[in-house]
Design a protein around this ligand. Sequence first.
Ligand code: FAD
Length: 421
Amino acid sequence: MTVIVSGAGIGGLTVALTCHQLGIPVKVFEAVPKISPLGVGINLQPHAVRELFELGLADQLDAIAVRTREVAYFSKHGLPIWTEDRGKWAGYHWPQYSVHRGELQMMLLNAVTARLGPDCVETGSIVMGFESTDNGVVVSVAQAGSTRQFKGRVLIAADGIHSNIRAGFHPNEGPPVWGGAVLWRGTTRAKAFLSGTSMAMAGHRDLKFVTYPISQPDENGLSLINWIADIKLDKITHWNHNIYNRKGELADFLPKFESWNFDWLDIPDLIRNADAIYEFPMIDRDPLARWTVDNVTLLGDAAHAMYPIGSNGASQAIIDARVLGKYFKSLGINGAALQAYDDERRPICNAVVLANRGDGPDHILQVVEERCQGRFDKIEDILSPKEMAKMAADYKKIAGFDVKTLNNAPDILGANDDSNT
Ligand SMILES: Cc1cc2nc3c(=O)[nH]c(=O)nc-3n(C[C@H](O)[C@H](O)[C@H](O)COP(=O)(O)OP(=O)(O)OC[C@H]3O[C@@H](n4cnc5c(N)ncnc54)[C@H](O)[C@@H]3O)c2cc1C
């Protein structure tokens, strides 16, 4: 095999599909014995959607996801601050999608299996490490109690925030960095609010609620609504701050949102009716000075785990995979291609990691909180429309999805210019 990938998450599977599109042999090793649709909602921004469309996945995305119409910001009292159109409504040639992370992963996995065959992804296979050779890598994989060696030309470590390849490159780094906040994430079957496909954010840096539908309405008019209750707990030192997806408890966060029954959404009611609640610490990783060593590189969360603010983790992993493909195409399957990918992507992703530590586009909520504690008669007295538009536009530029730039740029692999649907 030529390209070996560690991890069948969003990033690793997109690498596999990109290699297939380029006619490059690829093998993916995934640690879990069986891939199941874990997680809750995420968003895919238009720059990443464009690339999934380039991979021929437009219909599959429409089948599992919701085209996000707008993002609306509210103060902690439910007062409207700022609304901006998203996706095609905002003039992009591609939509923005809200989608269940696990369903997106399964959709990508099904596409990999259909195009590359059932043996492309091997589950129950933990990539333990690698050795560089003159013209490639030998990757050690633990499978069913024994360790096997696989030869490849390059190794792509798409093994997530706890990447052991990254740990090998940076042995003194330690665990992810916890910013003091905890997110309780859940899904509830309920009637969609506002436009019906809106993403809403209410509150401020220390106490925030984010919510959006991730399914079309069923026959009873109910959608699966994803929500995130985000509480800054910096005085509590013994909280779980390393593991995603732990079961969450209502008593730990519902009291803080008990009074958030607004005319556009009854938030406590939404929380109480959840199917399931998970706890996610708000963790990320410090930006790195290099992702690539010889014929091995990091990709997705392994390279640039970021706070889930600004809806960018999965989108940036998809863009990584496509930029890597671009350099495979122009430079061949070798360390030079990996280094070119690293040189292009690392500064951009590092800037997004840092922007997200500063609240990313949600900074607007904090400004309103600081200026008037979330109470106002007219928002223009607190924050000018120009200031609001600038905050939103600045983040899009950093994260690479400014509308004009994206619409005018060729697709990353330079394959097509008619992928918009
Ligand atoms: C179970 C799970 C649930 C998540 N839920 C959410 C969510 O609800 N909302 C959200 O915003 N983000 C969530 N994330 C994170 C989100 O998927 C990523 O931020 C983003 O999609 C980037 O994807 P990635 O492919 O880089 O990493 P990930 O999606 O984390 O995928 C990494 C993959 O590598 C595998 N892996 C790890 N170590 C090894 C190894 N040594 N050998 C082989 N395979 C390995 C993991 O099992 C995983 O499948 C979740 C991640 C996971 C793993």
